[in-house]
Ligand binder design. Structure first.
Ligand code: NAD
Length: 506
């Protein structure tokens, strides 16, 4: 027996009936023209928790048409930054008001623990407030030294109609990393949440309506990647696609968008390394590593899934992580004691397990876990905390995103080797370094190819700080000022001030 900490089924009430979800198009809540729906079952509890309209080409095109018309009419795109900020702040207040209900639906559809969902919704409201502040700072440049009769202006304008396509792992947080910035910029949007977790995006739509957003400024089309996501990525009326999800789908979106040369912003996967030097505080590192790999059951683009530890401290560190791993409560996500909930789907659980089995077959060793976890009263759509040691850099488990509570441990001897291993990945989302020597941290920070670097910490985040990936982890940035700039277009204006321009024709 693995001697793990398991939280069995709690007595928290499950919904009597699933939430009914419709598309939001041009200000109206509508079913699909063909009446199609899809049912989502709670990954932890097995009961139906939402029944969503399943959109097709008709609904995707209707959403785009509504967003295009709203943008071109200017009911939002030509309002003042002040008015946009007032609305975004109202939305943030409404999110706070409904936080418990939103968090609960997020738990029921995604399997994540309730305390974590509550924190995410709170963090999302904070992002809406930050974007509201940015809405009042939009400005371009002026050029007043182009000669006595010329004034140059550089204007920032909303890019236009944006498609926002989101994944299932942080549904409400990720749409909140996109939509308030797009709205602050003056864009209109068509939103497609993951087919696995549509509920909280629809709840957000209701709050936008309550806050007084004009019809058609935001449209929500529910459904699958094919056809809805594909139409949102290729329709000529869309000016930009902002996508968060897997690298494989990101490449498809980029290809689909290329026919009309839309701007594409991509937040994709990661295989994020943490390098632990021998002078690190191993207790703190072990705790952060446990957090980095088990948070959201490892279904996290930022999962610290690849540990590169100096060989002199590897055994001691693995022992500390193993002790902590046994103490992390896995189980019923509706119980407030739970820190790790269910895996999103049986197919994904099988994929996680296949990576672990493949690693063992390739010569790696299991220090802990390595199988599905049966949680009393809930079944086995859970995965044990898993530590895989003796991992070599060429193994699949060292290179590919497992997206489960699975840690791969590699070792190094020299700092150069550590950097080389950290950079030996197709991804470049985030990276971390643990050392008590600031020079070691600075050297690592400068040489690692990743969009975010944490030194002696892991996975902190702030609305003010941009987030995004190098290499195949994406392009563009979310959050911070850069997150707003993504949704802006630049227009150059040259104004003659003098009487007449010199004649070109003699
Ligand atoms: P996914 O790529 O399977 O799906 C993401 C979204 O794309 C869903 O809404 C899906 O319906 C849609 N989609 C699927 N096929 C499409 C197509 N052909 N055209 C347009 N849209 C399509 O990803 P997922 O499984 O939902 O999420 C997990 C992935 O997301 C992981 O790889 C993870 O690393 C990544 N992720 C990245 C970040 C980040 O900020 N970098 C954050 C969270 C998740």
């Amino acid at each position: 027996m693995q001697d793990l900490t398991i939280i069995p089924a709690s007595n928290a009430a499950l919904p009597d009936a699933p939430m009914r979800l419709k598309h939001w198009i041009g200000g109206a809540w509508v079913d699909s023209a063909d009446g199609a729906t899809s049912v989502r079952f709670s990954p932890a509890h097995g009961v139906p928790v939402s029944v969503a309209a399943k959109g097709g080409q008709i609904e995707a095109e209707a959403g785009i048409a509504a967003a295009r018309a709203a943008f071109d009419i200017g009911a939002w795109s030509r309002t003042s930054g002040k008015d946009r900020a007032i609305l975004l702040l109202r939305v943030a207040d409404l999110i706070d008001r409904d936080r418990a209900a939103i968090a609960r639906q997020e738990v029921l559809e995604s399997g994540k623990p309730i305390t974590q969902a509550m924190a995410e919704i709170e963090g999302a409201a904070d992002i809406w407030r930050y974007a509201a502040a940015l809405a009042r700072t939009l400005h371009g440049d002026s050029h007043n030294s182009l000669g006595p009769d010329m004034l140059g202006l550089v204007l920032k304008e909303p890019i236009g109609v944006v498609s926002l396509i989101t994944p299932w792992n942080f549904p409400f947080l990720i749409i909140s990393q996109k939509l308030p910035f797009a709205l602050a910029a003056g864009c209109t949007a068509v939103v497609k949440p993951s087919e696995l977790t549509p509920g909280t995006t629809v709840m957000l739509g209701k709050l936008l309506a309550e806050a007084g957003l004009p019809d058609g400024v935001v449209n929500i089309v529910l459904g699958y990647g094919e056809p809805v996501g594909a139409v949102l990525s290729s329709d000529p009326r869309v000016d930009m696609v902002s996508f968060t999800g897997s690298t494989a789908v990101g490449k498809r979106i980029s290809a689909a968008a290329s026919a009309t040369l839309k701007k594409v912003s991509l937040e994709l996967g990661g295989k994020n390394p943490q390098v632990i030097f021998p002078d690190a505080d191993l207790d703190q590192a072990a705790d952060a590593i446990a957090f980095g790999v088990y948070f959201n059951a490892g279904e996290c683009c930022n999962a610290g899934s690849r540990i590169i530890v100096h060989e002199s401290v590897a055994a001691a560190l693995v022992e500390k992580i193993t002790v902590l791993s046994r103490r992390v409560p896995f189980g019923d996500p509706l119980d407030p004691r739970t820190q790790v909930g269910a895996i999103i789907s049986p197919e994904h659980l099988a994929k996680i397990d296949a990576y672990v089995r493949g690693a063992v077959a390739a010569g790696a060793r299991l220090a802990l876990g390595g199988a599905a976890l049966d949680v009393g009263g809930l079944g086995a759509q859970f995965y044990q905390p898993t530590i895989v040691t003796d991992v070599r850099p060429e193994m699949e488990i060292a290179r590919e995103e497992v997206f489960g509570p699975v840690l791969s441990v590699l070792t190094f001897r020299t700092a150069d080797e550590a950097i080389q291993l950290a950079n030996d990945a197709a991804y470049g989302l985030s990276a971390g370094v643990w050392s008590s020597d600031v020079s070691t941290c600075l050297d690592f920070m400068r040489r690692v190819r990743a969009g975010t670097v944490w030194t002696n910490t892991w996975m902190d985040g702030f609305a003010e700080l941009p987030f995004g990936g190098f290499k195949q982890s994406g392009q563009g940035r979310e959050l911070g000022r850069y997150g707003l700039e993504e949704f802006l277009e630049v227009k150059t204006v040259q104004m003659r001030i003098g009487q007449t321009r010199g004649a070109w024709v003699a």
